[in-house]
Write a protein that binds this ligand. Structure first.
Ligand code: NAD
Length: 283
């Protein structure tokens, strides 16, 4: 019987836990945790993501510091705001919604965030710590994938994890996380020859490509655990992952649905990182 890894339910549980933890700090007279969210420009998808993050933060008792900046905001103005937030005692986490408009150097912005408040986990210091095996903040989406893999109860030590996609926000940090749990890791990408040869070897398959139904029944082996990060909108408006869920479902030991798998975990991981930063800043 295939286990469906329900990210929605797991995310709800994590958010409840965070809410209780924040409430108990507040009862003891501590300030609320603070999360600054910066949205620059008017990309509709980014606006929805930021709105959801702010709403969930409110639900958990995290104070939101909201910055909605016009598209023409200069790089200097953005960097100046980040510097102010780096020094603001009530702000534990800073999130700059990506992608940024072309006139802004995204790397400079990521580098500008105080690594102690980098709850997205993208600062090179935090990626470096992760790669060395002693992470501080884990990037949210792959961190959510780790929770889902753990829920599958599959053995990680020595397991062959195949990751399809090597982006900075998903594939690469995912590879470090799997290595840190003693899995054997293969990373595939758009120039990988004969993708299937690799994916068929996976005990754990994580895909983050943005290509609907890239992975079909013949691309996986019996008993695989599948984590599908892809979110793809078909012409008829249906949301699907990178994996042909119906075709592979019966072959997999465990699989995430799209929607309702990895997606809901990402926000709860952001808030988990924010509460971790808060705990650290209080101590
Ligand atoms: P990206 O475009 O930065 O990276 C895509 C990766 O896929 C690249 O490394 C590329 O080499 C690889 N790739 C492309 N075609 C391939 C092919 N035919 N074979 C093998 N590899 C191939 O994308 P991203 O930001 O990592 O996002 C990937 C997907 O995950 C998107 O659908 C995105 O919407 C989704 N996503 C979901 C969440 C979430 O919260 N669930 C978060 C981030 C991204």
């Amino acid at each position: 019987m295939t286990q469906i890894l329900d990210g929605k339910a797991m995310s709800r549980q994590i958010l409840d836990g965070l809410k209780n933890e924040v409430a108990s700090y507040r009862q003891k007279g501590f300030r609320a945790p603070g999360l600054a969210t910066i949205l620059l420009g008017n990309d509709p998808a980014s606006a929805v993501y930021v709105r959801n993050k702010r709403k969930r933060a409110d639900d958990v008792g995290i104070k939101s510091f909201k910055y909605d900046l016009p598209t023409q905001t200069t790089q200097l103005e953005l960097l100046t705001l980040i510097e102010e937030l780096n020094n603001q005692g009530e702000v534990d986490g800073i999130l700059v919604q990506l992608p940024l408009p072309a006139h802004i150097d995204t790397s400079l912005v990521i580098y500008a965030v105080n690594p102690d408040k980098d709850v997205d986990g993208f600062h090179p210091e935090n990626i470096g710590k992760l790669s060395l095996g002693h992470p501080r903040f884990l990037p949210c989406t792959p961190k959510g994938c780790m929770y889902l893999i753990q829920a599958s109860k599959s053995k990680l030590l020595g397991a062959h994890a195949v990751i399809v996609g090597r982006s900075i926000i998903v594939g690469k940090p995912m590879a470090y996380m799997m290595l840190n749990t003693d899995a054997t890791v293969t990373i595939c990408h758009s120039n990988t020859r004969n993708l299937r040869e690799h994916t068929r070897q996976a005990d754990i398959l994580i895909t983050a490509t943005g290509i609907p139904h890239l992975i079909g029944e013949g691309d996986v082996k019996e008993g695989v655990v599948i984590i599908d990060v892809g979110i793809n909108k078909l012409e008829d408006g249906t949301l699907v992952g990178d994996v042909d869920f119906d075709a592979v479902k019966n072959k997999a030991a465990a699989i995430t649905p799209v929607p309702g798998g990895v997606g809901p975990m990402t926000i709860s991981m952001l808030l988990e990182n924010t509460v971790a930063a808060y705990r650290h800043h209080l101590s």
